[in-house]
Ligand binder design. Structure first.
Ligand code: BYC
Length: 324
């Protein structure tokens, strides 16, 4: 069978809506695209813990602290499911971490912005998790089985995350004038970076066309971004906050909101490592990895000892059965 006919059969399976599993034949580019996207996603979850983790000790009440702790812990879990899904494609976890720590692998641009006030935690839950859900609900139907299945549970947890953020924003926007101002300031700073999370415009996106063909993506970056704007504008109205975009207006004809131009120079600067917190975020991850070396070594030594003693026990049992 020629490689070309394997590729044709693969595309037919995709077109018929079949899921691709780890042991199935797949084009090398499909495998590589998934490793890139799933690992970028996993790294985003892990790096995404940093800006929020920064506020755990300063949450304004025990209830808020418990909620934020649970959310950050969920994100660690999401990272782990996603690293496991990436490993099914034949890459090791060590390689994935190495790619992150050496700056070879990307993670979401949004986590390179600072969290300056408690309201930022509300804005992240509301906007960043809100944007993530729109992207990830689509990914529950992505063509690669292990990724799609990981997304189902992640989406359920993201929905709790989005609500805890919106609830924080609701409390602040109904609070004192200073609290409302804090909420508005957080919205002003997180609105545009949240729109950037969906990636470059479709015509500037080198991966979209092939990814849509392979049903890795079911919708394009611009389609998802529009969905996010349409869902979020009425939520801002309920909060009584103003979206920082003078060009935002309902377009009756299109049945969607029109919105202003994203600062794409800023987006690419952040993606290339020159955002406000890129160095700090990567530095914190590398330090955590180095500081945790002794824990990994101890865990490996423990696991080796256990498998040796289980091996000894198995051979003792064998001797006993042979003697009987
Ligand atoms: N930031 O051809 P394109 C979360 C890169 S975490 C950085 O459109 P693609 C959460 C892109 O990788 C949310 N880089 O790419 C966690 C590509 O790079 P290459 C994370 C970006 O892959 C904690 C290049 O630009 N979600 O929910 O077809 C707390 C060209 O782009 C970004 C995911 O990762 C960006 N924003 O589409 C709270 C979802 N955008 O080719 C919340 C999974 C693009 O040079 N990922 N790039 O290596 C995806 O759905 C897709 O990868 C994207 C991009 C839509 C992001």
């Amino acid at each position: 069978m020629t490689v070309k006919s394997l590729e044709q059969q693969f595309q037919e399976r995709i077109d018929a809506g079949e899921r691709i599993e780890a042991k199935d034949w797949m084009p090398e580019k499909y495998r590589k695209t998934h490793i890139r996207q799933i690992s970028q996603h996993a790294h985003s979850e892990i790096v995404g813990m940093l800006p929020e983790g920064n506020w755990i000790t300063r949450a304004p009440s025990l209830r808020r602290k418990v909620g934020l702790l649970a959310k950050v812990q969920d994100e660690a879990g999401h990272g782990l499911y996603l690293y496991s899904a990436a490993e099914t494609l034949g890459i090791s976890r060590d390689e994935l971490f190495d790619q992150l720590h050496t700056g070879k692998a990307k993670y979401s641009s949004i986590f390179n912005y600072p969290t300056l006030s408690w309201a930022d935690i509300g804005a992240i839950g509301w906007l960043v998790d809100g944007a993530a859900i729109i992207n990830q609900v689509m990914l529950t139907r992505t063509s690669y089985g292990p990724y799609a299945r990981a997304m189902v549970r992640i989406c359920k947890e993201e929905s709790f995350h989005q609500r805890q953020g919106y609830e924080i924003m609701l409390g602040l926007s109904q609070g004192s004038p200073e609290q409302k101002e804090m909420a508005q300031d957080a919205l002003n700073r997180f609105w545009w970076p949240s729109l950037m999370m969906f990636g470059p415009r479709d015509e500037e996106s080198p991966n979209t066309e092939q990814s849509v063909k392979w049903k890795i993506k079911r919708k394009t970056n611009d389609e998802l971004r529009q969905e996010f704007v349409d869902i979020t504008v009425p939520q801002a109205e309920i909060l009584g906050l103003t979206i920082p975009d003078p060009d935002l207006k309902w377009n009756e004809e299109r049945g969607h909101y029109d919105f202003g131009e994203i600062d794409w120079d800023e987006f690419w600067q952040v993606v290339k490592g020159n955002g406000p917190c890129n160095k700090e975020r990567l530095g914190a991850r590398v330090k955590a990895w180095d500081d945790g070396a002794w824990v990994r070594e101890a865990a490996i030594a423990y696991s080796d000892r256990r498998s040796r003693s289980q091996g000894d026990e198995a051979s003792r049992n064998q001797d006993v059965s042979a003697a009987i």
